[in-house]
Design a protein around this ligand. Sequence first.
Ligand code: NAD
Ligand code: DAU
Length: 339
Amino acid sequence: MQRMLVTGGCGFIGSNFIRLELQTNPNLSIINVDKLTYAGNLENLADFQNDSRYQFARGDICDKEFINSLLKDGSVDAVVNFAAESHVDRSILDSSPFVQTNIVGTQNLLDCSRQHQIKRYLQVSTDEVYGSLGDDGKFTEETPLAPNSPYSASKAAADMLVRAYVHTFNFPAVTTRCSNNYGPYQFPEKLIPLFISNALQGQSLPVYGTGLNIRDWIHVEDHCRGIGAALRQGKVGEVYNFGGNSELTNLDLTYALLEALGKPRTLIRYVSDRPGHDHRYAIDATKAKRELGWEPKTIFQEGLRQTIDWYLSNSAWIERIKSGVYRSYYEQQYGSRLN
Ligand code: NAD
Ligand code: DAU
């Protein structure tokens, strides 16, 4: 594989993926397509801005003309779709951008990729499409889809489009579904960076409901390694689950964060629950191990320590996001070409 088009590469996982791919594959070049929504940040890949193997193109995955213009010279071997509206709470407030980007955007990428005979397409999906688990069991790739939030419903719809394109057109797509990621460059609306940043500023940590909901945390680099493996070794039409084998209640995670930061538990504030809040996610990644030779490597306690250290050393990154500095810079830089 020589050249990839990666969408949503200015977000959390996409930027970690591009960094890992460029660091480990000297002959690879990447075009990063990102609309730079509130969650997209050019600074996440500032270390590659002078690397000739990396090209940034601001644009919307829903824009057919724009995507076709990037694919038309036939040099792109693979498309990896990270671009999405990704935050469950925002989807509860307004699902329109979720339907637009996550469903219509995926459909557009599939059409453009098919038109230009892209050899490999990878859809980055989520374990949330499976719905919620009780106290036992894990999601396998055979678990029926039962999305509960507008966000997960839009991701499940995209997965179904990918499935249909494989079935109908023999389109060379692979889908991955991963549990909750943590690590550097995560937007501070998600639990871990939000709580680290609030605790550092002496602000309260809003725990939804009882705090007993369970998530299976995976280090973003493990997820990115899995995506690379599925892209290169995955079978067309297949789905691969990735998880971190690190189930924790939100409350236990919050205690661990406060302890690591040397902050008191009195910062915890119980707030009303997220409507429709999924109780538990847990992943059975046997198939990824068997077919891709993939396993998560990062031990949660170590990954969390490294992540906290990263946020401590990059507190200015979060402050710039919170103060809206990036947004005004991008508006000046790119004007009203989009939005
Ligand atoms: P993120 O919100 O940090 O980043 C999303 C990126 O997509 C941003 O850079 C944004 O500007 C860009 N984008 C949004 N709409 C776009 C559009 N219409 N055109 C082009 N770019 C657009 O999200 P993330 O947490 O990095 O998640 C990336 C992908 O991984 C998503 O598809 C998400 O569903 C999936 N996923 C996330 C997790 C997780 O724990 N964060 C777990 C499993 C799967
Ligand atoms: O499982 C994969 C999914 O993980 C991804 O598909 C999503 O893109 C990603 O956002 C994430 O979804 P969650 O809703 O699980 O992540 P979030 O960080 O928003 O919340 C994690 C848990 O913490 C969840 O049970 C809700 C709770 N929570 C979250 C926030 C932001 C709180 O208690 N308080 C908070 O302020």
